[in-house]
Ligand binder design. Structure first.
Ligand code: ATP
Length: 244
């Protein structure tokens, strides 16, 4: 079964086209990255994927269900950070991850263990008792990711999860994403860091002008191949083979 799917998404904000027929599908055990220039439509697509925006056209599915009306069973298997994370500024790091665990249906008896594990996994122990509003931008981003994964989701959506992270944080989030996928989760992530994407993703989908314009095989020369793909899309020259 497809874990996460967007099909032919279309959406406009006033006279501005944000999505113009974007489709992408993520299978179990797969990490798919969306890359694109500023304003390409990545965040808008991920807002649809998390049920925060109803598109004018097209469909979204999370574990087979419409994300806008996700039932409790599917919701408990889903984790995401798109825009504001599931974090309360006045709660401590530990209180936040435990609350997120409870909200995602982790049994009460397992909440403390699951919370400690994810705090440790993201190197947040020194701030375990700090209130979220006192964290640095990078540690706040780590906490947002921690709250999204504390329940071990089967479907995970992250919008630029490493934008504020130091090199150590980038590695920790990469390892976390990879281990969730290796355990069978489907992960959809957007990023501007092409080198990082090449390390973590199984497939890299280029978004341009609100649509998917082809894939890049993860590997060397991502930047050159990315710009070639964007140029092709702008000049409407079909790319041979679909994967550059
Ligand atoms: N709430 C909104 N109101 C009006 N226009 C919007 C809104 N959200 C997005 N847009 C527009 O839709 C287009 C796609 O924006 P989106 O944020 O999805 O791009 P992005 O690929 O995530 O960009 P970035 O890499 O800069 O984060 C842009 O032209 C943007 O200005």
């Amino acid at each position: 079964m497809t874990v996460l799917a967007l099909h032919d998404l279309r959406h406009r904000f006033g006279d501005r086209t944000a999505l113009a027929g974007l489709s992408v599908a993520v299978g179990p055990g797969e990490v798919v990255a969306l890359v694109g220039l500023n304003g390409a439509g990545k965040t808008t697509a991920l807002r649809v994927m998390t049920g925060r925006l109803r598109p004018a056209g097209g469909t979204a599915r999370v574990l087979g269900a419409d994300p806008a009306t996700l039932g409790p069973t599917a919701a408990r298997r889903f984790g995401h950070v798109v825009g504001a994370a599931l974090v309360s500024p006045d709660l401590t790091v530990t209180e936040n991850v435990r609350t997120a665990a409870l909200l995602h249906g982790v049994p009460r008896a397992d909440v403390a263990t699951a919370g400690s594990a994810v705090v440790q996994r993201l190197d947040l122990e020194p701030w375990a008792h700090a209130r979220a509003r006192t964290l640095s931008a990078g540690n706040a981003q780590r906490l947002g990711v921690a709250c999204a994964v504390v329940h071990g989701p089967s479907a995970l959506v992250l919008d630029e999860p490493t934008s504020a992270l130091d090199p150590r944080g980038v590695v920790l989030v990469r390892e976390l994403v990879r281990s969730l996928a290796d355990a069978g989760a489907g992960v959809l992530v957007s990023s501007h860091h092409l080198d990082e994407v090449a390390r973590v993703a199984d497939r890299v989908v280029v978004v341009h002008g609100g649509r998917d314009v082809g894939e890049l095989a993860p590997g060397p020369e991502m930047e050159r191949r990315f710009f070639a793909r964007v140029l092709e899309a702008d000049t409407d020259v079909p790319a041979p083979g679909g994967v550059a």
